[in-house]
Design a protein around this ligand. Structure first.
Ligand code: SF4
Length: 464
């Protein structure tokens, strides 16, 4: 989804930014870029950083490919559908190259397909994986100097992608990548291949950025990583992940600290204790299980059994402060029997997740599961997915109904076209739509009493 350019650069760096490139942009179409993003929050945040790098060098972001000199796609290849979407979108921009525009592919598909993108879409001139984004301005300069094709596909960099400036899409919540890449080796996953080995960002640099964000008015930060809780501080302080959460929460002006995605094997008691002891650390853990069957988990190389996963759940449920739990599930992994699938359904029954993301397995290039036998037919995957979603719907309906009458703190992030209707998120990341007579609430924290529930959200009223 493309993002509107909704935050002034001035707000981020405290001063206007002008350059010769902007003047060029005003004269013609050079120096303007359009950036579209597919995929996860990591990709969204990478796009914020790419935009920051380009803006700080004087490029101007525009909202349509038609008005851009540079069209960039930040892509996702975790699911086959997302990768296909990128190529179909690239097809739509075939004619743009002859108008003198530069078309570039960034992110996971870029890393995965590499130079083959030039074969499939010869009108593309830039292919750059996420570990090489720092080099983007140089790469673009090479293209502007007349080079036909440039690539940035290293994943062996020790660095994480830090920028002097990040252009942020959300005016209240700031994303912050604290760990990049992944050292796990789940058999279905492209991430270790596309994003390279795990690299943690130094804690002093993270805290410096959080302080800057707080000064600019951000009150909620979300720490990101494919396995965020595997964080290993490379500085002499050697902060544990739980200590980092507490240090971020201590920054004046910060009211909420979120983190995602946690890997069950690295989810330790001290993280629960940090949530218990510091109310600013949000009462929500996203803990992907992927399957309820130990046999399937082993085939997926997930490094835990069903029983071990359930021990982690019990540890979280035992917390002194209630913590919401959400998850990811893949149905139809090669060899998943009906009995395995039943185990996933029984896991749902046992854990009673607050929400889940569910997917049909799709084989991805460069992954071990690609060669696995016993593929499940598409119709069967669809059938299992529908059953799973229906079961979860029942669980969520009951869970949300049990919250009617309770009061929540909501960060207001949306205003409906309908008069006096607002929406926002609770600390546990539950969506609340509520009525209020207040004139302006966006970006504020309010108390809302739940008066109704749907499977995916709460309905409420503002308590003044
Ligand atoms: S933990 Fe597994 S699924 Fe998650 S990014 Fe790493 S390899 Fe992929």
């Amino acid at each position: 989804m493309s993002k509107p350019f909704d935050i002034g650069l001035e707000r981020l760096i405290g001063q206007p930014s002008y350059s010769g490139v902007i003047r060029d942009a005003e004269a013609g179409q050079r120096g303007t870029f359009f950036l579209e993003t597919f995929g996860c929050q990591m990709n969204d945040h990478d796009s914020e950083k790419v935009a920051g790098v380009l803006l700080s060098r004087g490029y101007r972001q525009v909202e349509t490919p038609e008005t851009a000199g540079l069209i960039l796609y930040n892509t996702c290849s975790i699911r086959e559908k997302a990768a296909q979407k990128v190529f179909s979108r690239l097809g739509e921009y075939r004619a743009k190259q002859s108008e003198g525009k530069i078309i570039g592919v960034l992110g996971c598909v870029a890393q995965q397909e590499g130079e083959e993108i030039f074969e499939r879409a010869p009108w593309v001139s830039l292919v750059c994986g996420s570990a090489s984004y720092r080099k983007l301005p140089e790469m673009i300069a090479q293209l502007e100097a007349g080079n036909q094709r440039v690539t940035g596909l290293d994943t062996d960099t020790e660095e994480t992608f830090e920028t002097e400036m990040t252009r942020r899409d959300d005016p209240w919540r700031a994303y912050l990548t604290i760990i990049e890449g992944c050292d796990k080796a789940c058999s279905y996953c492209v991430v270790p291949y596309t994003r390279g080995p795990e690299r943690s960002r130094p804690s002093d640099s993270i805290l410096r950025e959080v302080r800057k964000l707080a000064e600019h008015g951000y009150s909620e930060v979300q720490l990101l990583g494919q396995t965020v809780n595997s964080y290993a501080d490379p500085t002499p302080r050697k902060l544990r992940f739980s200590e980092l959460l507490l240090a971020v929460a201590d920054v004046p002006g910060i009211r909420r600290v979120r983190f995602t995605t946690s890997h069950p094997s690295d989810f330790t008691r001290d993280i629960v204790e940090a949530i218990e002891s510091q109310p600013k650390i949000c009462d929500h853990v996203h803990l992907p299980v992927q399957s309820g069957s130990t046999t399937v988990l082993q085939a997926m190389q997930r490094t835990y059994t069903r029983a071990e996963y359930l021990e982690k759940i019990a540890m979280i449920r035992d917390a002194k402060r209630p913590i919401d739990i959400t998850t990811d599930i893949i149905v139809g992994f090669p060899g998943e029997t009906e009995a395995d699938f039943e185990e996933t359904l029984s896991l749902l029954e046992e854990v009673k997740y607050d929400s889940l993301f569910s997917f049909k397995y799709s084989p991805r290039p460069n992954t071990p599961s690609l060669a696995m036998k016993d593929a499940i037919a598409e119709e069967e995957k669809s059938r299992r997915l529908a059953i799973l979603m229906e079961k979860q719907r029942e669980i969520q309906t009951a869970r949300n109904a049990s919250l009617i009458g309770k009061t929540f703190e909501v960060l207001v992030s949306g205003k409906s076209r309908r008069e006096n209707q607002w929406s926002g998120y609770t600390t546990s990341h539950r969506v609340v739509n509520f009525a209020s007579q207040a004139k302006e609430l966006l970006g504020t924290y309010v108390q809302v009493r739940a008066t109704g529930a749907t499977p995916n959200s709460l309905v409420g009223e503002h308590i003044v």
